[in-house]
Design a protein. Structure first.
Length: 96
């Protein structure tokens, strides 16, 4: 399996979990691990450690930015022991 296939597989797992837990109206999961080579938590393959999540969900309505980030982290907590090291989270709330 090549690096891009591994990255896609892992991105898809994160995306699937976020869809199950937060039912987002918009979701984009990007593996940015290759940009973090040599950084703490990076692995030799350059995939599966550092992700950017762009997400909008009605679950975020009325919540602070910190509360929204916590919902995303809580949804993905099972992936940290599997090598997920860092998340950059961009939160949005769907238009009414």
């Amino acid at each position: 399996m090549n690096h891009s296939a591994v990255a896609t597989l892992h991105s898809n797992l994160l995306e699937q979990r976020l869809r199950e837990v937060l039912a987002p109206s918009h979701l984009q999961v990007l593996d940015e691990s290759g940009q973090h080579a040599g950084h703490s938590g990076a692995n030799a393959s350059g995939v599966g450690t550092h992700f950017r999540v762009r997400i909008a969900s009605s679950a975020f309505a009325g919540k602070s930015r910190v509360q929204c980030h916590r919902l995303v982290y809580d949804a993905l907590q099972d992936f940290f022991p599997q090598g997920l090291h860092a998340l950059a989270i961009e939160i949005g709330v769907p238009a009414a």
